[in-house]
Design a protein around this ligand. Structure first.
Ligand code: SAH
Length: 266
């Protein structure tokens, strides 16, 4: 039964942000391999996987060897259509929150369409608010509110187990998923950068004071899950507001071009 889901499992990546202890990277590899998962992406780890990581991987060396190392979270999320951030704390800013089972269901359902990511924070301080703002959802493993933080690899184990359980119980766990060609994480970052730049140029917001505004706008657009054509339309509008005929450097089509794409595909 699980074989039917091999492609989906291979599209689920666990992204570890600025991990301090290589032992935790190794233990993550072991946690993932036991659950039939295989993809680890590291964002600026303090040290690359070493002998300690190998010991803790207990034979999941192949996952460590294949782990990507990236300078930024944006690089590690390249190509992802869904990003979920794991948080030990319930945040003050309201963000769509999933429990581990809902998280697994979403990952599996969307992995049928493309790459998806689960982002794990630093041992010392978790994920920053800016990193959480990159996520469509947060997942929190219900723990003792007075002692809520699991060890990094232990949190990976719980979330990975839920994914496997969900796969084994497929059918019952079907989640409505979109077959639209959703904008990827880096396309959304391009859009958010362009939006911030335009808001400042048209005098709507002062970049120094607009962090909360951008967070709210991120939440709005992440909830909408725009597809590629829609993101291009939005960027075309931004370019027009900026008084540019041609697209911004990372290529939003012009308004007319965009309109053409939109009409022809609908
Ligand atoms: N001290 C940090 C937690 C670090 S634990 C803090 O207070 O935020 C390292 C990572 O493991 C977290 O960033 C998160 O991604 C994951 N994690 C730990 N406990 C978790 C929980 N209860 N629910 C979801 N993720 C958790």
């Amino acid at each position: 039964m699980i074989n039917q889901f091999e492609a989906e499992l291979a599209r689920i990546r666990f992204v570890l942000v600025e991990t301090t202890h290589t032992g935790n990277i190794g233990a993550t590899a072991r946690a993932l391999k036991t659950m039939g998962l295989s993809r680890i992406e590291l964002v600026a780890p303090k040290h690359p996987p070493d002998a300690e990581a190998l010991v803790r991987a207990s034979g999941a060396d192949d996952l460590l060897e294949r782990a990507g190392i990236h300078p930024t979270l944006t690089d590690a999320l390249s190509g992802c259509r869904l990003v979920i951030g794991a948080s030990a704390r319930l945040r003050t800013i309201e963000w769509p929150l999933l429990n581990p089972e809902q998280c697994a269901q979403r990952l599996i359902a969307e992995a049928a369409q493309g790459d998806v990511a689960l982002v794990m924070g630093r041992e010392s301080s978790g994920l920053t608010n800016d990193e959480l703002a990159r996520c469509h959802y947060l997942v929190h493993i219900p723990t003792n509110p007075d002692f809520s933080s699991l060890n990094l690899a232990a949190a990976v184990q719980v979330l990975a187990y839920e994914i496997r359980r969900n796969v084994l119980e497929r059918g019952e766990a079907s989640v409505e998923t979109s077959t639209r060609d959703l904008a990827t994480a880096e396309e959304m970052e391009g859009f958010f950068g362009h939006l911030a730049e335009t808001l400042s140029q048209i005098g709507f917001s002062d970049p120094g004071q607009s962090r909360t505004l951008m967070k709210r706008l991120r939440r709005l657009f992440n909830r909408a899950r725009p597809d590629r054509i829609e993101t291009n339309i939005l960027r075309g509008i931004l370019s027009a507001a900026q008084g540019r005929k041609s697209p911004s450097p990372d290529a939003a089509p012009s308004v007319h071009q965009t309109h053409g794409i939109s009409c022809s595909s609908e």
